[in-house]
Write a protein that binds this ligand. Structure first.
Ligand SMILES: *[C@@H]1O[C@H](CO)[C@@H](O)[C@H](O)[C@H]1NC(C)=O
Ligand SMILES: *[C@@H]1O[C@H](CO)[C@@H](O)[C@H](O)[C@H]1NC(C)=O
Ligand SMILES: *[C@@H]1O[C@H](CO)[C@@H](O)[C@H](O)[C@H]1NC(C)=O
Length: 335
């Protein structure tokens, strides 16, 4: 090391407490690969058996520049008994998928997504249903498996809704403490309310979520998880789009910047195979790209085990050709 470099290093150390944050410093873009979550109801019921997303999709999408794969699963598949041990047979199947995604490129990240709407069989976590300890149990076990892999991001819960936000945020704090106690240093995704709504985040759950602390220190490893669709009722069930969401995301970005310069990931968004969505999704993802690093990136809903007839499909055709939405509106905004 040359003297000039040493001096420079000392100088930057001196400003380190203010300038250095453990922020997520890679722009992310990719896709949800659904399947292990099939038949999870919004009330947390589950009646399925799980469908394995095709592993070939990871190399396909990584070859086009994708570096984020969100892999949802039903809580009941991972731990058949509430608060019980992970089913090692199921975990082995799930982990094979996770490793296929991670192996698809050296820079690929995976969001392990507990897709249960803050519920188990109709009952809300910490609010009459599973105890916070039962909720933490699955994550401490997953931390034992993935706790040393920085490319695995823990999506602590998919789309909480219709619950007491104060108590929900307390449940999240309990889980954050538990996974750190278990030795995990992974980035954690904290979801708010109203199905992880990006729109209600600044006024509903956001003001509480910014208060969640990380035993690791700082808040740079606590990212917020937001969803937003572009159809008439923000449900992601219609083929046509009516908004590009830029106003909603601008409001979110202002809130995050004003509250400690925090970061969020748009982990679900999507549209149908229609010209309105080709335009609106492209404008949305262009904005997401421009708002990095406040918005770390996005994963579009969805490929995986969905077939090409699903209304929001980005599953490639069997001949390997991509959906037009992917080509027109997603691919140009990958990292
Ligand atoms: C554990 O997972 C395997 C493989 O998915 C499945 O066949 C089995 O039924 C599961 N066990 C329980 C108790 O759910
Ligand atoms: C939510 O829970 C908090 C803490 O238990 C309680 O003080 C508050 O009254 C609850 N809010 C509603 C709307 O029930
Ligand atoms: C692949 O299949 C799709 C759907 O049938 C079709 O639209 C497309 O033209 C095909 N692409 C090639 C290169 O054959």
């Amino acid at each position: 090391m040359k003297l000039a470099t040493v001096l420079l290093a000392v100088a930057s150390l001196a400003i380190a407490p203010q300038a250095v944050k453990a922020q997520f410093s890679t722009r992310l873009g990719g896709v949800n690969t659904a399947g292990y979550d099939f038949s999870v109801d919004t009330n947390g019921d589950f009646s399925g058996t799980g469908t394995t997303p095709p592993a070939s999709q990871y190399t396909h999408f990584s070859g086009e520049g994708a570096n984020l794969y969100r892999i949802p699963f039903a809580w009941q598949l991972m731990t058949p008994t509430l608060g019980g041990t992970i089913n090692s047979s199921f975990f082995s199947e799930y982990d094979t998928t996770v490793q296929a995604a991670l192996d698809s490129s050296s820079g690929a990240y995976v969001i392990v997504d507990l897709h249960n709407y803050a519920r188990w069989n109709g009952d809300i976590i910490g609010q009459g249903g599973p105890t916070n300890a039962e909720y933490a149990s699955i994550w401490t076990q997953l931390a034992q498996n993935y706790g040393s892999d920085e490319r695995v991001i823990f999506g602590l819960m998919n789309e909480p809704h219709d619950l007491n936000v104060t108590e929900w945020v307390a449940s999240l704090q309990y889980v954050v403490n538990a996974v750190r106690e278990a030795g995990s240093t992974n980035y954690l995704l904290l979801p708010g309310s109203s199905y992880s709504s990006a729109e209600t985040f600044p006024t509903e759950a956001g003001p509480y979520l910014v208060g969640v602390t990380d035993p690791l220190g700082g808040t740079g490893k606590l990212l917020f998880d937001v969803h937003k669709y572009l159809d008439s009722d923000n449900s992601g069930t219609h083929a046509t789009c009516v908004t590009n969401n830029v106003d909603v995301l601008e409001t979110l970005v202002s809130f995050l910047q004003d509250n400690g310069d925090r970061q969020a990931i748009l982990s679900e968004t999507g549209g149908g195979e229609t010209t309105s969505c080709y335009t609106d999704v492209a404008q949305e993802l262009s904005y997401v790209k421009s708002a990095y690093p406040t918005l770390v990136g996005f994963s579009i809903w969805a490929a995986g085990a969905f077939d090409t007839s699903y209304v929001l499909t980005v599953t490639p055709w069997s001949n390997g050709t991509d959906q037009t939405l992917w080509t027109e509106a997603v691919k140009p905004y990958l990292p």
